[in-house]
Design a protein around this ligand. Structure first.
Ligand code: NAD
Ligand code: IPM
Ligand code: MN
Length: 351
């Protein structure tokens, strides 16, 4: 088997630190399974603005188009946060998602055995939590027509079309069919026209999948149910912004954003993009204390979903679980450094 090509996009802040640990784990896996990966590291976000003036340079996008998969850290930070700035690191991320047609963002949230006490929620609420957010990623208010009208008025528009809703809800149903056969579709149909279309289309897609239960839930009460009864959910499908917000809330269930991976997928042929759901964490960047697990678990999703290496993906997830019994970063109440956490994962893989 020839080497699979993985583009690494560390980005900004802790992105650089956590992608380095994921690469270490992938190198160890390659050794264990007698495979090889061809890594190609490229610029995105603030680092790319500093070097080229563009948060998504053409050569980065070209490398991604030619890759088998992409592993990204995070973008953004205070250095580029001036509200008057014309270019922003986050534009690089939105553009790469759009350019590659990555319309579905899978964000699994699971209760980790042994880590139940990391959550501020009571253990009995966390036990049995195993849900999968499917976030629409290339439409909605993120891709409307933003307008700044002088200094007194600014607006964004939220548009959804039938095909945009249909393809992501269809994927949610197909994923649910392999899980607990329950889809919760999130909207705000009581107020927003775009969300009434969302609900209509979700209902139609649901009718094509009689074996899977469909439940509609307004986003505001979902925010409440997610922390009062998280074990009630299986697949949760939501538009771009609601999915963004609810999935960060999902981090409360595991106790830290530092554990949550994601996969962004498009139509067959598009390379998948894998990244932790958290950001560049400027408050801890450069200190060597960030938790690399979300990125390592994103690499496991990459192995399974884009690289056809389910066995290696399983091995990596087991190694993470073992490593967490020996080392934990500060966000999980431990004192392991980012590198020490990465080393513990490598040791579990090769030990
Ligand atoms: P954040 O996710 O970066 O951080 C939120 C909190 O969680 C912080 O206290 C941070 O220290 C902590 N945290 C996050 N990841 C962690 C990890 N791996 N280990 C330990 N603690 C971790 O969100 P924010 O502070 O609102 O945003 C900071 C910057 O990141 C902004 O510029 C934002 O635009 C950007 N951002 C980027 C992405 C991305 O690249 N996908 C995602 C979210 C935010
Ligand atoms: C995420 C982030 C991004 C988003 C930002 C940085 C553009 O919050 O990946 O969840 O809102 O999609
Ligand atoms: Mn987010």
């Amino acid at each position: 088997m020839s080497a699979q090509k993985i583009v690494l996009l560390p980005g900004d802040g802790i992105g650089v630190e956590i992608v380095a640990e994921a690469k270490k784990a992938l190198d160890a896996l390659a050794k264990r399974f007698g495979r090889s990966f061809d890594f190609d590291e490229r610029l995105i976000g603030g680092a790319a603005i500093d070097a080229t003036g563009d948060p998504l340079p053409e050569e980065t996008l070209a490398a991604c188009r030619g890759a088998d998969a992409i592993l990204l850290g995070a973008v953004g930070g205070p250095k580029w946060d001036d509200p008057k700035a014309k270019v922003r690191p986050e534009q690089g991320l939105l553009r790469i998602r759009k350019a590659l047609g990555l319309y579905a963002n899978l964000r699994p949230v699971k209760a980790w055995p042994g880590l139940e006490d990391a959550s501020p929620l009571r253990r009995e609420r966390i036990e049995g939590v195993d849900l999968l957010f499917v976030r629409e990623l290339t439409g909605g208010i993120y891709f409307g027509e933003p307008r700044e009208e002088g200094s007194e008025r600014a607006l964004d528009t939220m548009v959804y079309t039938r095909p945009e809703v249909e393809r992501v809800v269809e994927l949610a149903f197909r994923l649910a069919a392999e899980r607990k056969k329950h889809v919760t579709s999130i909207d705000k149909a009581n107020v927003l026209a775009s969300m009434r279309l969302w609900r209509t289309v979700a209902t139609e897609v649901g009718a094509r999948h009689p074996d899977v239960k469909l439940e509609h839930q307004l986003v505001d009460s979902m925010a409440m149910r997610l922390v009062t009864s998280p074990a009630d959910f299986d697949v949760v499908v939501a538009g771009n912004m609601f999915g963004d917000i609810l999935s960060d809330e999902g981090a409360v269930l595991t106790g830290t954003l530092g554990l949550l991976p994601s996969a962004s997928l498009g139509d067959p042929g598009a390379p998948g993009l894998y990244e932790p759901i958290h950001g560049s964490a400027p408050d801890i960047a450069g200190k060597g204390v960030a938790n690399p697990v979300a990125t390592v678990l994103s690499a496991a999703m990459m192995l399974r979903l884009s690289l056809d290496q389910a066995e290696a993906a399983d091995a990596l997830e087991v190694a993470v679980q073992q490593a967490l019994t020996k080392a934990r970063t500060r966000d999980l109440g431990g004192d392991a450094s980012t590198a020490a956490m990465g080393d513990a994962i490598v040791a579990a893989l090769l030990g």
